[in-house]
Ligand binder design. Sequence first.
Ligand SMILES: [Zn+2]
Ligand SMILES: [Zn+2]
Length: 132
Amino acid sequence: MRGAICTICTELFDSSRDVSALRCGHIFHGDCLSPWLNQSMTCPQCRQKITKAAIIQKLFFSRPDADDSIAGEPSTSPELARIYSKLEETQNKLCLRDREVSKLSAEVSAIDDRAKQLTESYRLHIVLTCIF
Ligand SMILES: [Zn+2]
Ligand SMILES: [Zn+2]
C-alpha cells in the first residue's frame, strides 16, 4: 500500500481518504473515481469497460504501524488497545468489589435482623418483668 498512487490525481493513498477498487484490479480515491465514472464507465487506467456493480466503493486496509492509525482504524491502535485492556481490568476489579459489597451488605442485614430480634426479646423481657 505504501507508495501506491491514484492515477487520477497522482497523489499517494493514505488513510485519510476512501479508496475504491475496480474489477480490473486498479484502485483510485473514491472521490476521484466517482466524477470520472459519471463521464465514462471505463477504468481511468486501463480503459476496461466497467459496471456499477463491479466497483468496490471502499477498501479497508489493516495497518500494523501506529502512525497511520489515527485517522482510520482505531481498533488497530496499540494505545487504544492498552486503554481497553486497562478498562477491562478496572471493570473486573469493580465486579469483584461489587461482589464484596453485596456480601458485606448481606452480613449487615443479617446483623440488623439479629439486633432487632434481641431488641424484641429484651422488650418482652421488660414487659414480663413488669407484669410479674
Ligand atoms: Zn485520487
Ligand atoms: Zn483498470
